[in-house]
Design a protein around this ligand. Structure first.
Ligand code: GRF
Length: 272
């Protein structure tokens, strides 16, 4: 079966691009990356594409001097030339208009670091923390002309912990992003999820993500990820393990034996 051809658009680090590269490296993954395009000439993600021997191109928006339709048409032409069937925005820091979207109808998705519709836009982690949220996460959604507004395809949630900082929360959400994006791409590639006229249709029974209710697309982290390890620290619980008890007993026995032997040896030296 032929694989779905992806174009991945980036502006920076490219860790989500890397997650897609890694997923595509699995021969059974139903998609492949045809091209990576960055609007920023020195984006680190371009190196990742080069390392994976994927065609990587720069389409620098500043070159178009405010001609947004010109930029988007050039971008769309590059993607068409590479046979793109699905466009994955992965940290692409340009708002895309209908000029581009009309050329890739129902074929553009984005990953966003919040549980949409909450926290559209930038600084999502800081805003979720400042608002005292207890849950946060990431979403993959269909891209429409409104920023972060298209229908949500799937989400993964993380618990916000009492001592979380922007850094720790960002890191934990990112781990979930790297699981979510390849999963959604696979669902689209296999037809488990179909985007039609800007709406999502889900083929029951084919999904990676369970059933068809949007609430159930919130996949919590595993308990180990979500909570601090609640076991007592080692000195408190070590002796509950019989092997640990035996080790301690053996150590004490040999130490006592060694001590007695030393005393006997000293006595022998002095008395003889
Ligand atoms: C990610 O947090 C993604 O959700 C957001 O931009 C960030 C890109 O990170 N849209 P990376 O470049 O994929 O590492």
């Amino acid at each position: 079966m032929s694989k779905l051809k992806l174009a991945v658009l980036i502006s920076g680090r490219g860790s989500n691009l890397q997650a897609l590269i890694d997923a595509c490296a699995n021969p059974s993954f139903p998609a492949e990356i045809a091209v990576v395009v960055s609007n920023i000439p020195h984006a680190a993600g371009l190196e990742r594409a080069a390392a994976a021997r994927i065609p990587a191109m720069i389409c620098d928006h500043t070159y178009f001097k405010g001609d947004k339709p010109g930029f988007e048409n050039a971008l769309a032409t590059i993607l068409e030339q590479h046979g793109t069937e699905l466009v994955c925005l992965a940290g692409f820091m340009r708002i895309i208009s209908s000029v581009f979207l009309n050329r890739f109808k129902d074929k553009v998705i984005n990953i966003h670091p919040s549980l949409l519709p909450a926290y559209k836009g930038l600084d999502t982690h800081a805003r979720a923390l400042a608002a005292g949220e207890t849950t946060h996460g990431c979403s993959v959604h269909v891209v429409t002309a409104g920023m972060d507004e298209g229908p949500v395809i799937a989400q993964r949630a993380v618990a916000i912990l009492p001592d979380d900082t922007v850094e720790t929360l960002t890191e934990r959400v990112l781990v979930q992003e790297h699981i979510l994006y390849p999963d959604v791409v696979a669902d689209i590639a296999t037809g488990a999820v179909v985007i039609r006229q800007g709406q999502i249709e889900r083929a029951a029974g084919l999904l990676h993500h369970g059933n068809t209710e949007i609430e159930s697309f919130l996949i919590p982290e595993s308990p180990v990820d979500q909570h601090h390890d609640s076991r007592p620290s080692a000195p408190d619980y070590a002796f509950e393990d019989p092997r640990v008890m035996w080790d301690a007993f053996a150590k004490a026995f040999f130490m006592a034996g060694g001590l007695i032997a030393t005393v006997l040896a000293l006595l022998a030296i002095f008395l003889v």
